[in-house]
Design a protein around this ligand. Sequence first.
Ligand SMILES: [Zn+2]
Length: 427
Amino acid sequence: MQLQVILNALDRHGSFVYEKVRWRDDLKRQLDIVVRPRRGSRPICSVCGERGGTHDHLAERRFQHVPLWSLAVWLVYAPRRVNCATCGVRVERLPWARGKERTTRHFQWFLASWARRLSWQETAQHFGTSWNTVSLGAPAYQGGRWLESVKMAVVWGLRHRDSTGIQAIGIDEVATRKGHRYVTLVYQIDAGARRLLWIGEDRTKATLERFFRIFGKHRTSQLKYICSDMWRAYLTVVAQQASAAIDILDRFHIFKMFNKAIDQVRAQEARQLKARGRETLKHSRWLLLKRRGNLKRREVLRLKELLAHNLKTVKCYLMKEDFQRMWMCTSSWQITRFFNEWVDRARRSRIEPMKKLARTLEDHAELIFNWFEAKGAISSGAVEGMNLKVKLTTRRSLGFRGRNTVKYSLYHNLGRLPEPNDAHRFA
Ligand SMILES: [Zn+2]
């Protein structure tokens, strides 16, 4: 077979030779590529990196390599042990794999890059279990193998990423799994540069303090904008750690609060109506919380019908729609006037959750106005966009358990991490 020609062109290792290629199995679904040391070459000590004499040969080991067509490919090699002057007798260093790994580095990058395009389940099935039926261990082990690849890619990417020039960050929190375990996420949200920067357990003061410690004083001092919600713990830490940056309350977080208030009013009113034998508000939740543009035709009709009733819930909904107009204001004078008038109306609404919301907004008016100051410098809707992607990715990777799995998956999919130059050649 002339496979050696291809291998030599793509992935030549000076001290090793692709000796021969053979079928591994009778079904002809797997290929073995036998590798041997180049004649006269001296092995490299895996501990110190010095060359030494050959002590002896270990048993043949197999390293799964990038598949060819739909054939599984293996490198087969009997590692030498080195007589190292410094370290004694040690196993040699191999250019295609590290330590006790059973996959080549190229195969790991290959799997990692597919893990971004397919769901984790699909990747594991496609590149794991289908070959698994031919030989190999349990499916769980296969899943573990490419999960390892994702970890490897993330660790490499985090170490090599460029985190200079970050001027705007967004702080967000997401519940992982059902229940209330939270993670805090920090995004870069500069116009034109959005990515996930950091993930921390929980959403406490300590969480965010940890971020700023890692981010460092110098980079923190260069931050111009910080976007977050009104979570007290976050605001306190931001004020302490990054006092030079402008704090922004973005639209996404404001509307999260609106939805919470509307939900309260709706639930209460629905109960009252039901007690009087009316079910006007039944199944109305999503109609009121969804963005108008995202409603289906049938839903628009139902919404119209609902709006015809003179309900508190409807009033709240209209107030939310009205508040959206603030983002159409163009001058700071307009914005302030609009805001104050809106708050006035809300306070006179005699709907308790709305009055409360108005008070909260008023307390944080400055943070809201800051958004308009930062216009153009931060990518609009960045936090919301990232939040959506985070939720999707979290859901996709839930099939795989294990500590930190979700974390690796998030960095891998949203971190825009760099890859080594040669990692793409096979993928
Ligand atoms: Zn050594």
